[in-house]
Design a protein around this ligand. Structure first.
Ligand code: IPE
Ligand code: IPE
Ligand code: MG
Length: 229
């Protein structure tokens, strides 16, 4: 890639298609989630190596709580494993970890693991890994509005943007969704107002470096007008 291109500052991944990927192999859905977690490792590396400052991963939506308990438990278990396995290298690489979403339904063990990882990495600047967990864009907006009301602040575009970005997560420049679905499924509704949306048919466990490069190249070729000329 050339030097003068403008990279996205914040990329959000809707990591979809684990279940279908497993089904294609004749395996249970949870096998797809295991492979999907391995893929996360690779993609995060590609992102930070290419100079992206903030990476958001949609790991589990508010609505995913409606799946069978066995699947929910497996996804959450994989998350604990991910944190345990990668915390050291996140810290070594000075990556700030943020987990966004409603953590109240999680086990105390998982909540504490998350808070501890966030705390240990809180002072890093430049690289942020944001995991959207038990996350819903609508719920986040409602919480932020209530936060402003509680503080007695007027709700405006600026104050709400500020409230939503208070943990240092900027608006999203590029959304990449795998699996061929062309929808946003409650992902950062406010912060994607002017994002470029990239859809690929690859199922998440099959998402390759070539696909990643293609998405970035496509982004850099877009003319982002933000409503102007
Ligand atoms: C994405 O894969 C992972 C989560 C939503 C947790 P899916 O589990 O949605 O896989 P498909 O879409 O059913 O193939
Ligand atoms: C979106 O995928 C949520 C995550 C990737 C975590 P879903 O599979 O839950 O979304 P829908 O049901 O296809 O909209
Ligand atoms: Mg899905």
């Amino acid at each position: 890639m050339q030097d003068n291109i403008i990279m996205p500052r914040h990329v959000g991944f809707i990591m979809d298609g684990n279940g279908r990927w497993a089904k294609k192999q004749g395996k249970p859905r949870n096998f797809g989630h295991i492979k999907g977690a391995d893929k996360v490792e690779e993609v995060v590396k590609w992102c930070f190596e290419s100079g992206i400052e903030c990476v958001t991963l949609y790991a589990f939506s508010s609505e995913n709580w409606g799946r069978p308990k066995e699947e929910v438990d497996k996804i959450l278990e994989l998350l604990v494993k991910f944190l345990k396995k990668h915390l050291k290298s996140l810290l070594k690489n000075q990556i700030r970890l943020v987990v966004s979403g409603d953590l109240s339904p999680l086990s105390e063990e998982l909540r504490n693991a998350i808070y501890s990882a966030e705390e240990q990495s809180a002072n890093f600047i430049g690289k942020t890994l944001n995991i959207a967990l038990s996350y819903g864009g609508r719920q986040e907006i409602v919480n932020a509005v209530n936060g402003l009301i509680e503080k007695g602040e007027k709700v405006t575009v600026n104050s709400l943007s500020g409230e939503l970005a208070k943990r240092g997560i900027p608006d999203i420049d590029l959304v990449v969704r795998t699996s061929g679905e062309q929808r946003v499924s409650n992902f950062y509704l406010w912060q994607i107002a002017y994002a470029e949306l990239y859809f690929t048919n690859a199922l998440w466990p099959d998402f390759t470096k070539e696909e990643f490069d293609k998405a970035i190249e496509w982004y850099t070729s877009r003319n982002r007008r933000f409503g102007k000329l």
